[in-house]
Design a binder for this molecule. Structure first.
Ligand SMILES: C[S@@+](CC[C@H](N)C(=O)[O-])C[C@H]1O[C@@H](n2cnc3c(N)ncnc32)[C@H](O)[C@@H]1O
Length: 460
């Protein structure tokens, strides 16, 4: 099937006054208008996807991304990157604007080559200077168009108070020369050849409803990352690639960062069960990226191990069984065994800051519970972000059942220190919401492990 075969269902038409908020909207009249005449609006191409050699997948290559020889044509599903800024950071060369644009063009030309049809390219960029202001984002848009990319939109990342725009406001309270202080950056979104990415291998989307509603808005607000914390002068926060990955890729897809720095995009890819390929020209940053990736994986396993051990201890007490943790793996997270060879598989995830709402059980885990986890000693936890919800049911659940039969329990580790009555309201509400989803695939139940109460509760 090609993009143009992709049939639009009957919908509304563009009105003379615009029509916000429509789903299934037939806008062919608008796109056939003179405004769009002569513009590149995509090609009729077959979907092709070539595999990357196994030894080159989930790798950071310490070399320039101007030639990504390790990657075949049509092999990457998403590029997410923040290019060097050429402003005298340690890794920046002193390039003229023309040379700088040429460098980026070489890398993005390669990106075009390696992206699958419909694959997306997302570029995080801030503008520079004031005298005059250098609109790098607009140069990049121009250059990406020249390379043949189709533009899909522009996100404004509102960095809020974390932007610390200082007091460089020019003439204070006077109109002589007041200067704007940027508290935002851009994320420019492009795609190759067609707007719709086909998915012949039927990989899963993993974005939740809440995330979809939030991430499709054109202004994003979250804090910047502290350079000193990461050890790189200009890291982006994991949230940035995380959102783009959730929105634009399926599970098991390949994510590329051609300017990977401290490896943030790789961590976001691992968190979301995607693969990564990355490049950086600086050996120190390649090492830093490797080290952060390793740390992420170690912490993830450690946290799963501690949680599983605690859960099994309480489970044994409750049911008079003798299970022990046998193996920490990936799918499922933990395999437990008893003396008779009986198996119990565990899938482990963390809850969000509970008292706020039922997202504690159903939503994405957030920093609060990670903080609690660290503070209240169930092991180091700077990593886990799981979805106990529709996704858990449709995605983890389905996979579990396929690979391991039905002998699986989902353990939701509630790491917050507040006394929350899982037994009553939460349990009931959880039941009501969860039962809306497809049949519960976790035959051994969905359990809450309350660190605070040192108890386990079966909620489903
Ligand atoms: C803005 S930083 C990326 C930061 C990254 N997003 C993170 O979270 O750490 C840009 C990176 O591009 C790298 N770089 C510069 N020129 C390069 C090239 N030709 N090929 C690959 N990497 C390059 C620099 O070493 C630097 O680490």
């Amino acid at each position: 099937m090609t993009y143009h075969d992709y049939k639009r269902k009957n919908g509304t038409q563009t009105s003379a006054f615009g029509a916000p908020g429509r789903i299934n909207h037939d806008s062919s009249k608008f796109y056939n208008s003179k405004l769009y005449e002569g513009l590149n609006n995509g090609k009729d191409v077959e979907y092709v996807e070539n595999p990357i050699e196994p030894q080159n997948i989930n790798k950071v290559f310490c070399k320039s991304s101007e030639a990504m020889t390790e990657l075949p044509n049509n092999s990457v599903h998403l590029m997410v990157t923040s290019p060097p800024y050429n402003v005298g950071k340690m890794y920046d060369e002193n390039l003229s604007l023309k040379e700088y644009r040429e460098l980026l063009k070489r890398v993005f030309k390669e990106t075009y080559r390696v992206l699958v049809p419909g694959g997306r390219a997302c570029i995080n960029i801030a503008n520079l200077g004031r005298k005059p202001y250098l609109p790098l984002h607009s140069y990049i848009i121009e250059d990406m168009h020249a390379l043949g990319f189709l533009m899909r939109g522009e996100l404004l990342w509102d960095k809020g108070s974390s932007a610390s725009p200082s007091t460089a406001w020019g003439t204070y309270l006077k109109a002589n020369n007041p200067v704007l202080r940027d508290v935002h950056e851009y994320i420019l979104v492009f795609c190759k050849d067609t707007f719709t990415r086909l998915n012949p291998r039927k990989r899963k989307s993993t974005i939740s409803k809440e995330e979809f509603l939030e991430f499709t808005k054109s202004v994003w607000k979250f804090s910047a990352e502290r350079a000193s914390k990461v050890g790189h002068p200009a890291p982006f926060p994991v949230e940035l690639p995380y959102r783009l990955i959730q929105l634009y890729t399926f599970e098991d897809d390949v994510v590329l960062d051609p300017f990977v720095g401290s490896g943030t995009a790789c961590i976001a890819a691992l968190k979301t069960k995607r693969n990564y390929v990355a490049y950086d020209i600086d050996k120190n940053y390649c090492d830093l990226a490797e080290q952060r990736i390793k740390q992420f994986l170690t912490e993830k396993q450690q946290i799963e191990k501690t949680t599983a051990e605690k859960f099994i201890e309480l489970y044994n007490k409750k049911f008079d069984t003798l299970f022990v943790v046998k193996k920490i793996s990936d799918n499922p997270d933990v395999i437990c065994e008893d003396l008779t060879g009986g198996e119990l598989n565990l899938e482990i995830t963390l809850t969000e800051d509970r008292p706020r709402d039922i997202k504690a059980l159903l939503g994405r885990s957030e920093h609060k519970s990670l903080e609690y986890a660290k503070k209240y000693g169930l092991g180091p936890a700077s990593s886990l972000s799981g979805n106990v919800s529709e996704q858990a049911y449709n995605r983890i659940g389905e996979k579990m059942v396929k690979n391991y039969g039905t002998n699986v329990a989902l353990v939701v580790w509630d790491a917050s220190p507040l006394d929350w009555n899982w037994d009553t309201e939460t349990k009931n509400l959880a039941k009501k919401l969860l039962l809306k989803y497809s049949q519960n695939p976790f035959d051994k139940g969905v359990w809450i492990l309350s660190a605070f109460q040192n108890k386990i509760f079966r909620v489903l």
